[in-house]
Ligand binder design. Structure first.
Ligand SMILES: [Zn+2]
Length: 182
């Protein structure tokens, strides 16, 4: 069974693509560039800052244009670990994501669902023309796993949202929400 046969298909299609791009901590240039290309393809404003963080902006959908914007946030990097007999060079090669329809894993390596699935969900929302939403400021940070370096150096100059949904909790179905009170 292929990953993109899982539901929601759009999410797992993006996740499969993310798995094909090496994106260990300290090696996020390619995944950041992929996200920029994604934005260009979908006509969305985006930028990458000096720390390899990518921010993608999408207007609110019909009826929600004037709502308060929301930040959707996940991190681009993953922890790279592998079995002793695995010959994949995770700095330059794709990992082999597999599924039996219930579980998803990688053959011989870590999968990077932390936090690739968040990036996949965010890209699916950005690509969708059927999901109603307020203006979105998608913040995809680099190098979270080695000290939140991307978040530390994030260029926040164009971020105006006061609400942030973080998709990187340790528990299934749990999201962290932050509200900036000023
Ligand atoms: Zn994480």
């Amino acid at each position: 069974m292929k990953l993109n046969e899982l539901s929601p298909g759009e999410v797992f299609s993006y996740f499969e693509k993310i798995c094909s791009i090496p994106h260990g901590s300290g090696n996020t240039g390619m995944i950041a560039d992929y996200c920029l290309e994604f934005a260009k393809l979908h006509g969305l404003k985006a930028r990458k800052d000096a720390a390899d963080n990518v921010v993608i902006f999408k207007a609110g959908t019909s009826g929600y244009e004037d709502c308060e914007p929301v930040i959707l946030q996940g991190h681009l990097d993953m922890v790279c670990e592998k079995e002793p007999d695995c010959d994949i060079d995770m700095s330059v090669q794709s990992i082999k994501a597999c599924t039996d329809g219930k579980m998803v894993w990688a053959d011989g390596t870590t999968l990077g669902a932390d936090d690739g699935i968040a990036v996949a969900f965010i890209l699916a929302v950005l690509a969708s023309d059927t999901i109603a939403h307020p203006p979105i400021q998608a913040v995809l940070t680099s190098d979270e796993e080695i000290g939140m370096l991307g978040a530390r150096d994030l260029d926040t100059s164009e971020l105006t949202a006061k609400r942030l949904i973080n998709i990187d909790s340790e528990s299934e179905g749990i999201l962290y929400v932050a509200v900036l009170v000023v």
